[in-house]
Design a protein around this ligand. Structure first.
Ligand code: C5P
Length: 406
């Protein structure tokens, strides 16, 4: 805990971690102690509270804490601790522990909006993310002094969920090479207009982050690289059109010595593109343009066919299916199974995009995941991060069996 008004919420985080079966060693900065009593944390945690590099029973507490931790959670993380950590300065027990650990670190920032948006803080957060530090981003809400804005500590339940994901998923996909596609493709009509769709790319980014958190080396082929931050440790390739996405995916799947083990096609690939792209902006005066469309190749189905034709195992293929379920018609699971067959994929993740809060443009999703071995998993409405956990679980299960059997 570093020193912010949100330090009082650390008590609930501590209690929830204990409930989940963790061993918790609270480390408080001097400023944190001004906001919450040591006695509160002592009563909740399994280990004694530590507040200083000096004067305790151990001569070097930071190395012991850092080395023995499976995970370090900093909640709340102030601008000061984020800055010290980014700069590699260890001026107290908390900052020294952060430098002394090789465990994953989860930073949970909380500060005033002006501070959170200050370029120095923005740069420090970006530096830490580039180094693989995980963040639970602050929310918007009431801040100290009654101000309202971005910078409020994330919900304790979400922080504990992120912590348990990091602990659970640690390195189970070490050595696996994955390619994930994200976002909607844009098919240009002229220099300013395109045919596109409402895909935000968030589900693909969440899948890439989850794969990377489990140790996979991940390339994210994205149409939204300029609007979403790259997840920690993920290599991002920016593309715009379906044809560019196809070339980029094929180059990564087929390259000798670097062929991928897993492809997750989260992207909403346009089915059609204008047959010709006008070099000049089409003017209103020249009448309504007659835009002829041609079909785009189906990237997923094409790769599944190539895999069959080569009679080689090839990469595990995971596809998404945005469906609208009609009353009296086939269920979402039936639609998912028929897409699994028609595409020749190993896993299909289907959602009913007509339901509120599901699919394109939302932060939440609800899916059914079917696989070639006949398994079916329902994931009710939840965050895209949690859907990503279920998707990666499904892929991991098949990868593990495949390694055992091949
Ligand atoms: O056929 P449908 O568009 O419903 O299939 C969706 C799945 O197929 C997604 O995984 C999407 O990324 C992939 N797809 C593709 N190439 C296309 C269209 C869709 O790989 N041209």
């Amino acid at each position: 805990m570093s020193g912010g008004i949100a330090a009082y919420k650390a008590a609930e985080i501590c209690r929830r971690l204990m409930d989940a079966g963790a061993t918790v060693s609270p480390v408080m900065t001097i400023a944190a102690k001004r906001f919450i009593g040591e006695a509160t944390l002592s009563a909740l945690a399994s280990e004694p509270v530590r507040t200083s590099l000096w004067g305790g029973p151990e001569p070097i507490p930071h190395t012991r804490l850092g080395q023995s931790a499976d995970l370090v959670v900093v909640a709340p993380a102030t601008a000061r601790i984020i800055g010290s950590y980014a700069a590699g300065i260890s001026s107290d027990l908390l900052s020294a522990t952060l430098l002394a650990t090789r465990a994953p670190v989860l930073m949970c920032p909380a500060m005033h909006t002006e501070m959170w948006e200050h370029p120095a803080v923005v740069d420090n957060v970006a530096t830490l993310k580039r180094r693989g530090v995980h963040f639970v981003e602050p929310g918007v809400g009431r801040l100290a002094g009654g101000d309202l804005g971005a910078g409020r500590l994330a919900d304790p339940a979400d922080i504990v969920d992120a912590a348990s994901t990091l602990l659970r998923s640690s390195r189970s996909l070490d050595g696996v090479r994955a390619v994930v596609t994200a976002g909607g493709t844009r098919e240009p009509i002229d220099p300013v207009r395109y045919i596109g769709n409402r895909s935000s790319g968030r589900q693909g980014y969440a899948v890439a982050a989850e794969l990377a958190a489990r140790g996979a080396s991940v390339t994210l082929v994205s149409t939204v690289a300029s609007s979403l931050d790259a997840p920690a440790g993920v290599d991002v390739v920016e593309v715009e059109t379906a044809m560019e996405m196809l070339a980029s995916v094929e180059a990564r799947l087929g390259a000798p010595g670097s062929s991928a083990d897993l492809l997750v096609m989260t992207a909403a690939v346009a089915d059609f593109r204008p047959a010709a792209r006008s070099d000049q902006k089409i003017k209103r005066g020249s009448g309504v343009p007659d835009v002829q469309l041609v079909a785009n190749p189906d990237i997923l189905a094409g790769l599944a066919q190539a895999r069959l034709a080569n009679n080689a195992p090839g990469p595990l293929l995971v596809g998404f299916a945005a469906e609208t379920v009609r009353p009296g018609g086939p269920t979402l699971e039936e639609l998912a199974l028929s897409k699994l067959r028609s595409k020749g994929a190993d896993v299909i993740v289907a959602n009913d995009v007509a339901l509120p809060g599901v699919g394109f443009g939302h932060a939440t999703n609800a899916v059914v995941i079917v696989d070639r071995d006949g398994r079916s998993v329902q994931v009710p409405l939840t965050t895209k991060e949690k859907v990503a956990v279920a998707v990666v679980d499904a892929a991991e299960r098949i990868l593990v069996t495949r390694n055992l059997t091949s």
